[in-house]
Design a binder for this molecule. Sequence first.
Ligand SMILES: NC(=O)c1ccc[n+]([C@@H]2O[C@H](COP(=O)([O-])OP(=O)(O)OC[C@H]3O[C@@H](n4cnc5c(N)ncnc54)[C@H](O)[C@@H]3O)[C@@H](O)[C@H]2O)c1
Ligand SMILES: O=C(O)CC[C@@H](O)C(=O)O
Length: 527
Amino acid sequence: MKILVADDISQFGIEKLQNLPDSQVRVRTGMSEAELMEEIADTEALLVRSQTKVTAAVLEAAKHLKVIGRAGVGVDNIDVPAATRRGIVVINAPDGNTISAAEHTFAMLITLSRHIPQADRSIREGRWDRKSFVGVELRGKTLAVLGTGRIGTEVAKRAKVFGMTVMGYDPYLTEARAKELGIIHATFDEAIEAADFITVHTPLTKETRHLLNAQAFARMKDGVRIINCARGGIIDEEALAEALQAGKVAGAAIDVFEQEPIPADHPLIALKNVVLTPHLGASTVEAQENVAIDVAEQVGYLLQGLPFKNAVNLPSLSGEQKAILQPYLALGEQLGLLAGQWVGGAVSEVEIGFAGPIAEHDISYVTRTVLKGWFSVKYGDDANYVNAPFLAEQTGITVREVKQPRGKVFTNLLTLTVKSDQGEHRVAGTLYNGFGPRIVEIDGYTVDAAPQGNMLMTRHVDKPGMIGKIGSLLGDAGVNIAAMQVGRRETGGEAVMVLSVDKAIPEAVLTEISKMDGIVLARAIDL
Ligand SMILES: NC(=O)c1ccc[n+]([C@@H]2O[C@H](COP(=O)([O-])OP(=O)(O)OC[C@H]3O[C@@H](n4cnc5c(N)ncnc54)[C@H](O)[C@@H]3O)[C@@H](O)[C@H]2O)c1
Ligand SMILES: O=C(O)CC[C@@H](O)C(=O)O
């Protein structure tokens, strides 16, 4: 297993990677895009912090890459959509640097209120100036926290201890949660208009880019102070520089920038009422150990085929959800794999049905496993849970999920209906208590077959001699039949047969079966 560490990551994380079975860990930091493209060609796992840019071109060169581990929260240095298209899992370490980032924000808040760096500088320049650095107390002031996730919440808790009134704005903040935190649940306008200090703690997204811009600054109180320890770009830096120059904003403390490292002629550098740090929010011994260990652990689990968490391009399931859904994930993949081998022609639509109590759960992961099974028939290992929805989109297949609260015959039933230019096919499966997954329906015919190993599936005219002749052909080829299921609606009509066989059916034998009089469809299935 080739693992490349491209940024400065704590030795604790690197050791975890080195201790993985068969791992070869290379540490090479500070690479240009071209160097990274060369270095990554044979790599299965890449670990980065925020410095390395994992672009679409880098990913194009990464022919064997399975996972990108980000030792930290923000994944904006990684082209996640491009990784998803290529089936590469992106894992981050969301919790390990929360406290450090919150403490850095708080350090910035205090620094801003008491001019500490400016006063320090004046002493070093030989002055004893006590007049220029009169500060303001935090007690009794209002702090607007924009984004009350992990870090925003920790900042709010600390501000409360300092006697501040905290207003929180976040689309996911509920009234109850605000009450629990002792903060005011505010709209964006209410928060920015009332605040003496404003701190942003959102990710950088389309919605949050330039969240604080010239219009927002105009609505703020005169003398407001601004902090950004989240992501460069959430604040419009040009507009901030103008508001600082105009005296509208009394001070700003900024850790993160639209362009990092910031250019020497950046407008904020020349301003006295600004405190700048070079993206240090997560730079503590503790945070770096935490995130490196967390991400190395999850990347290690993934590489070993074990359950992992914190994938940003896969839906997350709680432990409880996982326990309930696990058998359906396996069944879904088997149904997809079976249908992928059974159905021919150009497919335009796939409908995945969930009937029974299972429909009440988040079944989007099951849908992914069905699609992964389906696409792995065509794309082999290049199809996975990460890129399966993208492959559907790319191949023009409409995917629909249909839920019914109650199953008619089975407590829980999973169905897969596929429409192609050759007609419609439907397979269905369920879980029998103690017997595991079963295929219970093929194209409207009831069967009861274990979905495993090599199988022969046929649709044929229900007439004497069919089954015997197929059995003889298989027998002559040395293929033993382990189990047989036949489903039919009426005598002499059409029937479906599912044979479990002990080895793969030779191509020539399958061709001969397909040509038999009365055979409508015959397929060798490998699950
Ligand atoms: N400076 C650093 O070194 C450093 C360290 C750690 C994290 N960070 C950054 O801090 C930010 C917050 O990290 P976190 O761990 O608290 O993330 P989080 O996901 O726990 O919280 C982000 C919050 O922002 C909210 N949000 C999203 N869009 C919003 C919008 N349009 N308006 C208001 N709220 C919105 C979300 O609902 C969420 O509650 C991220 O950008 C992360 O990359 C920076
Ligand atoms: O790697 C770093 O030090 C920055 C991390 C931080 O920006 C994050 O989003 O977790």
